[in-house]
Design a protein around this ligand. Structure first.
Ligand code: HSE
Length: 434
């Protein structure tokens, strides 16, 4: 059988890796796919020194690939929302299947892209968009298809995890570690996407849709970054038996779906609490499977290429199948998506770590405790440290039981209003992940 012809748009880290893996593993890949896969064209503005493209035709214009009648599958690896959006729509219009690693594109424009793809009977595959080399989309969409998924929680930004790991293990400052992550090539072009949780929110939006069968709703995800975390909180969390991780959490409740990215205390003995450096991990809890954990490299040349090529193999295998019998883009049949709402953060439920700085007077702890108890907030543990030398203030660290966020908001406002409490109360959410 003739090989399937693909065009790679973008020859950066992931594009170069994809070309290399397709070349290096060509024979094994063909044995799996049932046909050879030939890179018939590449669109790139400059060569990639890590990628020997030989005689493969190269163009500077990505639309040459989308309009090339020889090409069956367009691989979009240019990133960003604008040009990538146009490219993918053009490829679909021309009846080509698409493989993309672009989480921002899928999270923001996925509903439109999938609708267009259905009209044309083509596949848009996006395993590489979430957690690089970990096949977590396939695991949720297919491997867990028998489950009602209750929640998922993931470390889905390698840069953020690297920063938190270095802060905890080596006591390094945030800025210093960020520079190193950029030099290692993991960070997004705009590093605020990593540290403010936007990249993780893109990925979480995608995971939540395929877990719960809801349309993509990136605009409703709550996002809080790690740039304000201090080593004091990292150390206090440690003393209480927790680690701070930048988690994406999606949880199904009666009232709606929680969709939130924020720093989170998790018990230090959970496997996911020990995922360090640039590694990613996603926990998924299904009613039948219980909790499952997927771990691996969340970024990088070969790891992300592994996911792109796996999608390509899926596309090649499905080329002759009836489009209505393919795995749906968002795991659930498009006419069976649910309108269960995404909850605003004030209506989500969590336990909380609170750090309060108080003057060292008798009765302060009693006032703090009564503010919490009046609002039905149960204290799980409390730790008070000796007064700090510079300001004579006493750091008071509390962990609460689970409660609706609006109650904690209200308690924090009351705590900050106390004459003996100085400055802002630090609040970090806590998840047990069982
Ligand atoms: N900037 C991302 C990360 C790259 O650090 O995980 C992979 O999506």
């Amino acid at each position: 059988m003739k090989p399937v012809k693909v065009g790679i748009c973008g020859l950066g880290t992931v594009g170069g890796g994809t070309f290399n893996v397709l070349k290096r593993n060509a024979e094994e890949i063909a044995r799996r796919a049932g046909r050879g896969i030939e890179v018939a064209q590449i669109a790139a503005r400059r060569p990639n020194p890590k990628c020997e493209t030989g005689a493969t035709p190269i163009t500077a214009d990505i639309f040459d690939v989308a309009n090339n009648p020889e090409i069956d599958v367009v691989i979009e690896l240019i990133g960003g929302y604008t040009l990538a959006h146009e490219l993918v729509l053009k490829a679909i219009e021309n009846g080509k299947h698409v493989v993309t690693a672009n989480k921002a594109l899928i999270a923001v424009h996925g509903n439109e892209i999938f609708a267009k793809a259905r009209e044309k009977g083509v596949i848009v595959a996006f395993e590489a968009a979430v957690a690089g080399g970990i096949p977590v989309i396939k695991a949720i969409r297919e491997g867990l298809a028998g489950n009602r998924i209750n929640w998922l929680a993931g470390i889905i930004n390698g840069t953020g995890n690297f920063i938190l790991t270095e802060m905890r293990e080596k006591g390094r400052a945030f800025e210093d570690v960020l520079k190193e992550a950029q030099a290692l090539g993991y960070a997004e072009a705009d590093p605020t996407f990593d540290v403010e949780g936007i990249d993780a929110a893109h990925k979480l939006t995608i995971l939540a849709s395929i877990a719960f069968g809801i349309p993509l709703q990136f605009d409703k995800a709550y996002t809080e970054g790690i740039s304000k975390l201090t080593s004091a909180d990292v150390n206090y969390a440690e003393a209480l038996g927790y680690r701070i991780k930048h988690l994406g959490v999606a949880r199904r409740t009666e009232a709606g779906i929680e969709l939130r990215v924020h720093p989170t205390l998790i018990p230090a003995d959970r496997l996911i609490a020990n995922v360090n450096g640039v590694m990613n991990a996603v926990m998924v809890n299904g009613d039948a499977s219980g909790s499952t954990l997927y771990y691996g490299a969340g970024a990088g040349m070969d790891a992300t290429a592994s996911a792109v090529v796996a999608d390509l193999v899926d596309v090649v295998r499905a080329l002759t199948s009836d489009p209505t019998n393919r795995v749906p883009h968002l795991a659930f049949q498009p006419d069976a998506l649910s309108d269960h709402p995404i909850l605003p953060i004030a209506e989500s439920e969590s336990a909380y770590y609170l750090r309060i700085h108080a003057k060292d007077h008798p009765g302060v702890l009693a006032q703090v405790a009564s503010i919490l108890s009046e609002r039905g907030i149960n204290i799980e543990s409390i730790m008070q440290k000796e007064a700090e030398e510079q300001d004579g203030l006493v750091p008071m660290i509390l962990v609460t039981h689970r409660v609706i966020e609006s109650r904690i908001d209200n308690a924090i406002a009351a705590l900050e209003g106390l004459a003996d409490v100085v400055g802002k109360v630090v609040r970090i959410r806590v998840e047990q992940l069982v």
